[in-house]
Ligand binder design. Structure first.
Ligand SMILES: C[S@@+](CC[C@H](N)C(=O)[O-])C[C@H]1O[C@@H](n2cnc3c(N)ncnc32)[C@H](O)[C@@H]1O
Length: 242
C-alpha cells in the first residue's frame, strides 16, 4: 500500500485512500451497517431532509462510494431530478452501479476527484458528501471545489464523524471506535488496518464549531450550521452558497 500521508498536503495520500477503498469495496455496506448498528441510514435521511432538495433539483453526491446518498436522493426526488454520484475509486463505483441497476434507478455514477471536479461552475442545487471529506487530501480545497459547482443559494451538506462527544457518551464511543470498530472491520472485510486508519482519521479530524470555522474560512457561505448526531459520534454540516 502507498504512503498514508500525502506528500503535497496535510491530508491522506490519495493513492493510499484509493487502494484502501478498492480493497474493502465489496464488504463496505455490510461493515457500515454493523459499525453504525444500522443508524447510518437514518442519518442519511436526516441529511437529505436538511438539504431542502426538491423534485427537479440537480444533485451531486461527491465521494459517493457505494452510492447510498445518490440512491436515496433519487428515490426521494424522483425521475425529474438529475442525480450524479461521483468518486475517484472504481471499486466503490462498481458497487454503486450494481445497487442502482438492481433498484432500476437512473442515477449517473461518474469517476471524479473532489479536488478537481469536471462540472461547470454554478450547476447544482445540492452537493453532498458523506464520510468523504476527511479522506480528501486538502479539506479546504475540497470544500471550495464543491461550492464552485453549487448554484448561488445552493446547499452543501456534509456528513462526517466527530470526536468531541458529550461527556456522558465519550468513554463508550471512544472504546467502541478504538477497539470494536477495527474488530468488526477485520471480521467483516478481512482488513483490520483499513478500519484502524478510518478510526484514527476520525479522531484527528476537526468537528463541530472547529469544522464550521474551516467552512467559514472559504468566505463562500451566507449561512452555516450543524447538527450533532448521537451525542457527537457524527455531525451534519450545512452551508448555503452566497
Ligand atoms: C468512507 S467512504 C464514504 C462513501 C459514501 N459517501 C458513504 O456515505 O458511505 C469515503 C469515499 O471517499 C472517496 N474519496 C476519498 N477522497 C476522494 C477524492 N479526493 N475524490 C473522490 N472521492 C474520494 C473514497 O474513494 C471512498 O469511496
Amino acid at each position: 500500500m502507498s504512503n498514508i500521508v500525502s506528500q503535497n498536503s496535510t491530508g491522506p495520500n490519495p493513492d493510499y485512500i484509493k487502494n484502501l477503498f478498492n480493497s474493502i469495496s465489496a464488504s463496505y455496506d455490510r461493515t457500515n451497517t454493523f459499525i453504525t448498528m444500522g443508524l447510518h441510514q437514518s442519518w442519511r435521511k436526516k441529511l437529505i431532509e436538511l438539504s431542502d432538495a426538491q423534485p427537479g433539483d440537480k444533485v451531486l453526491d461527491c465521494a459517493t462510494g457505494t452510492g447510498d446518498f445518490a440512491i436515496a436522493f433519487k428515490q426521494i426526488l424522483g425521475p425529474k431530478s438529475l442525480v450524479i454520484g461521483s468518486d475517484f475509486c472504481e471499486g466503490m463505483l462498481d458497487q454503486a452501479k450494481i445497487k442502482s441497476n438492481q433498484l432500476k434507478l437512473d442515477v449517473q455514477f461518474e469517476q471524479a476527484d473532489v479536488l478537481n471536479l469536471q462540472y461547470e461552475d454554478n450547476s447544482f442545487d445540492v452537493v453532498s458528501i458523506g464520510y468523504g471529506i476527511r479522506n480528501v487530501a486538502d479539506t479546504k480545497k475540497g470544500i471550495q471545489e464543491m461550492v464552485r459547482v453549487l448554484k448561488p443559494g445552493g446547499r452543501l451538506l456534509i456528513l462526517e464523524t466527530g470526536s468531541n462527544q458529550s461527556s456522558l457518551l465519550k468513554p463508550f464511543i471512544s472504546v467502541y471506535f478504538k477497539l470494536v470498530v477495527p474488530m468488526i472491520g477485520a471480521l467483516s472485510s478481512g482488513n483490520k488496518k483499513a478500519y484502524q486508519y478510518l478510526n484514527q482519521s476520525s479522531l484527528k479530524f476537526p468537528c463541530g464549531l472547529e469544522f464550521i470555522d474551516l467552512m467559514n474560512s472559504t468566505d463562500q457561505f451566507s449561512h452555516l450550521g450543524f447538527k450533532k448526531l448521537l451525542g457527537g459520534a457524527s455531525f451534519i454540516y450545512k452551508g448555503i452558497k452566497r
